[in-house]
Write a protein that binds this ligand. Structure first.
Ligand code: HXC
Ligand code: NAP
Length: 292
């Protein structure tokens, strides 16, 4: 067993059609690749059509599966509806929507223009809303037997985080939508779940969140209790399970995959700095209080 290996059984996604927003790069590409290895037809979308075409060609070559690249800015409802139509033309139906597209960059919030803030909210929250409503209404109107939405969020959607405030607000909104629609659309047999990844190095995220020397100066793996960043296949394994029929009873769940990064806040966690040999002394001091 190796964390870079796929964990699902062969053919686990056979016959499924999956739309992956932001599927041309980074984590979206890694998940798309694994879905194809498991037999799914995929539709990848983003703004850069040349990149999407290259990715589709590469993944079709390496997996033997099918991947349709469609240009789409998720902020534009008409473009999202065109993705739905292109996917149905090509594959007959869509089973799963993976809302993975995002925009983000670090900045002190007081430096942000109104448009900068709105840009992130529009990509992350409005984009997820546009895709979810487009595919959700389609599934409801056509009485499709089931639908499935997986959203990629972040752990700071609930802890909050300075310097990425528009992203935190938008991802928080996506978490709320995940849980709300998991309840409301369960009656249509549409499942909603999310994954909150910790640090998984990608060019898109690292260029905007750890520019220049910051990636060496901050060494993000040090803030993870397991002292490492995530492997793309680890995320792909979880995503493949969550979108598969094996997870049919999972609904309204947000799964964190972060090596324990988000639990750093634990009040006594800084006792890590106490050397082992000092614990004999500390224990004796604590025990002695009982005798007094
Ligand atoms: C301040 C900035 C800025 C910066 C852009 N703006 N970059 N303000 N600091 N570094 C401002 C612009 O001046 C403009 O406002 C507004 O934001 C919109 O900028 P545009 O460049 O016109 O927007 P657009 O072309 O739509 O590009 C969107 C983008 C870009 C988000 C700015 O970075 C992008 O395309 N990102 C997509 C990929 C991405 O971000 N991937 C990382 C996801 S990582 P004005 O007022 O001048 O008009 C992620 C991980 C989370 O989410 C968790 C990690 C652990
Ligand atoms: P990435 O490669 O930059 O992925 C973002 C994708 O979104 C790109 O393919 C981008 O393609 C697409 N996108 C951006 N704006 C769009 C728009 N308006 N319309 C359509 N597509 C758009 O970065 P990543 O790290 O793989 O991020 C993927 C997801 O994981 C995001 O939801 C991110 O928030 C989440 N995440 C990542 C990490 C991490 O450590 N990497 C941690 C937590 C959460 P175009 O530029 O071609 O449009």
């Amino acid at each position: 067993m190796n964390i870079k290996e796929g964990m699902m059984r062969e053919g686990a996604l056979k016959g499924k059609t999956i739309v992956i927003t932001g599927g041309g790069s980074g984590l979206g590409k890694a998940m798309t690749k694994y879905f194809m290895e498991l037999g799914a037809n995929t539709v990848i979308t983003s703004r850069r059509i040349a990149l999407l075409r290259d990715t589709a060609k590469e993944l079709e070559g390496s997996t033997g599966g099918q991947c349709l690249p469609v240009q789409c800015d998720v902020r534009e409802l008409a473009q999202v509806e065109a993705v739905r139509d292109a996917a149905i033309d090509k594959f007959g139906k869509v089973d799963i929507l993976l809302n993975n597209a995002a925009g983000n960059f670090i900045s002190p919030t007081e430096r942000l223009s109104a448009n900068a803030f709105k840009t992130i909210i529009d990509i992350v929250l409005l984009g997820t809303v546009n895709c979810t409503l487009t595919f959700g209404k389609h599934w409801i109107n056509t009485k499709q037997d089931k639908g499935n939405v997986l959203n990629i969020v972040t752990t700071y959607a609930w802890t909050g985080s300075g310097y990425v405030v528009p992203s935190a607000c938008a991802k928080g909104g996506v978490v709320a939508m995940t849980k709300s629609l998991a309840f409301e659309w369960a009656k249509y047999n549409i499942r909603f779940n999310a994954i909150a990844p910790g640090p998984f190095p990608t060019k898109g995220a690292w260029d905007r969140l750890l520019p220049g020397n910051l990636k060496d100066d901050l060494d993000i793996s040090k803030q993870v209790p397991l002292k490492r960043v995530g492997e793309h296949q680890e995320l792909a394994n979880l995503a493949a399970y969550m979108v598969s029929d094996f997870a049919d009873y999972m609904n309204g769940e947000i799964v964190t995959l972060d090596g324990g990064e988000q639990i750093r806040a634990g009040q006594f966690n800084n006792l890590e700095m106490i050397p082992n040999e000092m614990w004999d002394q500390l224990e004796a001091m604590i025990r002695s209080t009982k005798k007094k």
